[in-house]
Design a protein around this ligand. Structure first.
Ligand code: NAD
Ligand code: DAU
Length: 356
């Protein structure tokens, strides 16, 4: 059993990282949380206003690729636990500009591993004291046909620059476990949705466009299949694996909610119409088929039985309940969407932190 004392969370101003901190910081007042985030376009400190003044929370503006800064943080905060979210996370951006993905996702992970290797030099004597949790994706396994599932034993077969950079980072994490006995844990999770997701990803983009009656761009024929999990369920899975996962193991995480994109989009747009009191079918009329994503993976689906059977984790949201809650959240938080669109969210760091 691992009981963290001081947790370095990387990428905590992003979608999943901020949901994780909002979940963990109030529940663990005796644990110190340090959030290291470079505040790229995807980092949004307004996500964290509910905890920004908590005594057990500390924000650091910087990059996981900065080896000196990372080593200093390990020393200054006596880091016992890393939960590593920081990444370039959008497949389309990786197709346009792959090098940023190599830099942050691959090199940044190795910088963190090096810092942990140096700082945790008494790890052999204290097997439960330290954990390096690497948050990864199901995309490292490649693409499925109509049948079958990814599991922890599926061979790696990444097919986009994003998934290649994540696969490389997973390999480094495993290499550090094997070579240096670093106490690592890896999760490979399916597509997340929920509050605070940057509206370049399918679900928040389509909610935003439908709200403003703009076209919703479906890639190719919309036949591709994704397996959806509410972000809060991903966060409880990470917390559970961190607490009781077996060192060196990988855990696949999913809600077992596979949908063809077009089916998901129909459900989502119908929920938007319902929430806005629009005539049924209004938002479906916005569907526009556009050129396919190059190398678009056909299907992802995860078998999460290891996590369920070993650690007793199960998701709490079914897809329709989770999507309904998500639509309601974005409609109730249109100021959040507007601030992302007009980029005013980027001023928050200067406004709130420059005088601290
Ligand atoms: P996101 O793009 O919303 O957030 C990424 C965060 O990392 C941002 O706050 C950004 O500012 C920060 N960041 C980027 N480069 C950095 C750097 N060099 N140093 C420090 N911080 C940096 O991403 P997300 O969707 O929250 O994904 C988080 C992690 O979970 C990623 O590692 C991703 O691969 C993984 N993942 C995501 C999903 C999903 O569906 N979103 C599913 C499975 C796994
Ligand atoms: O599977 C986990 C992965 O899920 C994470 O590792 C990634 O960080 C995350 O971005 C997500 O990747 P996807 O590429 O599956 O997510 P995205 O929301 O970009 O696209 C979901 C599906 O919808 C995919 O088949 C492409 C399609 N799509 C997406 C967009 C943005 C469209 O048809 N139109 C769009 O405008």
């Amino acid at each position: 059993m691992h009981s963290p004392t001081s947790v370095l969370v990387t990428g905590g101003a992003g979608f999943i990282g901020s949901n994780f901190l909002l979940h963990m910081v109030p529940r663990h007042p005796d644990v110190h949380f340090v959030n290291l985030d470079a505040l790229t376009y995807a980092g949004n400190l307004t996500n964290l206003t509910a905890i920004e003044d908590a005594a057990n929370y500390h924000f650091v503006h910087g990059s996981v690729t900065d080896a000196e800064l990372v080593a200093d943080l390990f020393a200054e905060h006596a880091v016992s636990t890393v939960v590593h979210f920081a990444a370039e996370s959008h497949v389309d951006r990786s197709i346009m500009a792959p090098l940023a993905f190599v830099e942050t996702n691959t090199k940044g992970t190795v910088v963190l591993l090096e810092a942990a290797r140096a700082a945790w030099d008494d790890r052999d004597a204290h097997p439960d004291r330290y954990r390096f949790f690497h948050v990864s994706t199901d995309e490292v396994f490649g693409s499925l046909g109509d049948d079958g599932f990814f599991s922890e034993t599926t061979p790696y077969d990444p097919r986009s620059p994003y998934s290649a950079s994540k696969a490389a980072s997973d390999h480094f994490v495993r290499a550090y476990a094997h070579t240096y006995d670093l106490p690592v844990l890896i999760s490979n999770c399916s597509n997340n949705y929920g509050p605070y997701q940057f509206p370049e990803k399918l679900i928040p983009l389509f909610i935003q466009n439908a709200l403003h009656r703009r076209p919703v761009p479906v890639y190719g024929t919309g036949e591709n299949v994704r397996d959806w999990l509410h972000v809060r369920d991903h966060c409880t899975a990470i917390a559970r694996i961190l607490e009781a996962g077996r060192v060196g193991e990988t855990y696949c995480v999913s809600g077992n909610e596979e949908r063809r994109n077009l089916d998901l989009i129909h459900l989502l747009l119908d929920l938007v119409d319902e929430a806005l009191g629009r005539e049924p079918g209004t938002s479906r009329a916005l569907i526009t088929f556009v050129k396919d994503r190059p190398g678009h993976d056909y299907r992802y689906a995860i078998d999460a039985s290891k996590l369920r059977d070993e650690l007793g984790w199960t998701p709490t949201y079914d897809l329709e309940t989770g999507l309904r809650a998500t639509v309601d959240w974005y409609l109730a938080n249109q100021d959040w969407l507007d601030a992302v669109q007009d980029e005013s969210y980027r001023d928050y760091y200067e406004q709130q932190y420059s005088h601290r």
